[in-house]
Structures are given as C-alpha cells and as structure tokens.
Write a protein that binds this ligand. Structure first.
Ligand SMILES: NC(=O)c1ccc[n+]([C@@H]2O[C@H](COP(=O)([O-])OP(=O)(O)OC[C@H]3O[C@@H](n4cnc5c(N)ncnc54)[C@H](O)[C@@H]3O)[C@@H](O)[C@H]2O)c1
Length: 254
C-alpha cells in the first residue's frame, strides 16, 4: 500500500528544491498534487513527467486569489483535498536589521507569513469537509533560533510556528493535524543565495562556516525534507499535531 494512496495534496513552492522533491515523492507514494509556484514556466517543466497526477497553478502565494484557485483546482479537478504543504518561501536580503529596507522586509513577511496564512485559511475548510487530513508548513531552524543578517526571514519563520500552533488547536476538532518542518541548511538555490549575499564570490567560505556548525558535518538534501513532509502528511503521523519537526543534522542542538 502506498503511503499517500488516494490522497490529494496542494504543494506550494513546488518548482523549488524542497517543493519539487516533495511533489515527486508524494506522487510516487500515490498522491495527486496541485503544484503552486510563482514561476509558472519552471512549474510546467517539473510537472510534465508527473502526468495526470499533477495540476499546475501559477501564482503568488501572498495573493489570496492564488490559494482560492489552488483549492478550487484540487476539489473540482481531483475531487477533494486532504493535505496542504505550505512550503513556498523566500530568503530576502541579507543585511543587519538596521540596514534592512522596508520594502524588502514587507516582501519577506508577505510571502512567508501571509502566503502560509492564505493557504491554511482556504484549504482547511475543504480538508475538514473531506473528513480531515494534514497541514504541513515549512518553517526553518531560523524559526527556533536567531541568525545575523536574516532578521526578516527569522521573524517570518518564527511567525509561522505561532500560526501552526494556533491552527493545530483550532483544527483538531475537524480532524486536521498541523505541524511544521524545520530544515537546517539544505544544498539548494536558497542556501547558494544566502552564501553569495553574505560574501559575494566567496560563498564557499560561508558554506564551510555553516558546515562547521552542523554536527553531522554536511548540508541536508531536498529529499531528506521531502521524506519528513511525507511522514507528516501521511496517516503514519496520526497522533502528531502542533509539533515543530527539526531536520538539521543537529544544527540547533549544538
Ligand atoms: N534551502 C534551505 O536551506 C532551507 C532551510 C530552511 C527552510 N527552508 C524553507 O524551505 C522552503 C522551500 O525553499 P527551498 O529551499 O526549496 O528554496 P527554493 O528557492 O528552491 O524554492 C522556493 C520556491 O518557492 C517559490 N516562490 C517564491 N516566492 C513565491 C511566491 N510569492 N509565491 C509562490 N511561490 C513562490 C520559488 O519560485 C521557488 O520555486 C522555503 O519556505 C524556505 O524558507 C529552506
């Protein structure tokens, strides 16, 4: 029996490293997925090999209309909704708090916090109507500790933990479990951006510095986060709600 047999899921940020790996894993485990991303072209290329198991919705998660369209696609084209993986996020500009620009801060909070809020708000009633399911939100190790230069991002990733905890309490009577995954540094575009912004043309030095702080001595892979999202999306995590699930090679324990 596949672990997500007959489940219908929405995945945001599905054209990115973690979102793509999760969409591919969810489909391999029997799910049908509505893939959402602001980069519609990349989304189309990634979704094509998944065939009829994937529908693409291009749009900005900070726009409530994108959430409405994704939920409508799930219910009208696939016939229901059981899982939301609210994963889209941006790192923003790396700079000390006192040098951050208002517009950059606002953009990070709109995408990373309002984007999650919009999808939880529109998906929850449909998941409840189908008898319950699971909402997984991508926070970060930056949701449990501070990080110099990443103020807006850290604020946004702490904020979604508060949102998750409240949603877990409010939605438990509807049979909906709500948890966060909290990745440490993952070997993909977002970390390349953070490394290069922190030390232009010397990103490798920044990477070496981060790696030293990770007890397991390496960055994680997209697929390692996808496997955690799969566990939380599936019925295997039937008693898990309101939880902060760190996958970081020991980063925040050190
Ligand atoms: N990469 C890491 O080291 C790391 C660590 C901890 C947490 N995270 C979180 O994981 C999540 C996924 O990021 P990733 O690592 O796969 O990076 P990524 O940049 O590869 O993927 C992010 C995806 O989100 C999409 N996106 C960005 N803004 C959007 C918007 N407004 N509307 C819709 N889609 C939008 C991008 O187009 C991209 O495809 C993010 O929430 C990120 O903060 C990443």
């Amino acid at each position: 029996m596949k672990r997500l047999a007959d489940k219908i899921a929405i995945i945001t940020g599905a054209a990115g490293g973690i979102g793509r790996a999760t969409a591919e894993l969810f489909v391999a485990e029997g799910a049908r997925v509505v893939m959402v991303d602001v980069d519609g072209d990349a989304l189309g290329v990634i979704a094509r090999p998944l065939g009829a198991a994937a529908i693409c919705v291009a749009g900005d998660v900070a726009d409530p209309g994108t959430a409405k369209r994704a939920v409508a696609a799930a219910t009208e084209q696939f016939g229901g909704l059981h899982v939301l993986f609210a994963n889209a996020g941006i790192e923003g500009r790396i700079a000390p708090l006192v040098e951050q620009q208002f517009a950059d801060v606002e953009r990070v909070l709109r995408v990373n916090v309002l984007g999650v809020f919009n999808f939880v708000q529109h998906a929850a009633p449909k998941i409840a109507a189908g008898g319950g399911g699971s909402i997984v939100i991508t926070s970060s190790v930056a949701g449990v500790i501070g990080s110099p230069g990443l103020g807006p991002y850290v604020a946004s990733k702490h904020a979604v933990i508060g949102l998750m905890k409240t949603a877990a309490i409010e939605l438990a009577p509807s049979g909906i479990r709500v948890n966060t995954v909290n990745p440490g540094p993952i070997d993909n575009r977002m970390m390349r951006s953070i490394e290069e912004q922190a030390a232009p043309e010397h990103g490798d030095v920044v990477k070496a510095g981060f790696t030293k702080q990770i007890p397991m001595g390496r960055y994680g892979a997209n697929g390692e986060i996808a496997k955690l999202a799969l566990f939380l999306a599936s019925d295997e995590s039937s008693y898990c709600t309101g939880g902060v699930f760190v996958a970081d090679g020991g980063f925040v324990a050190a």
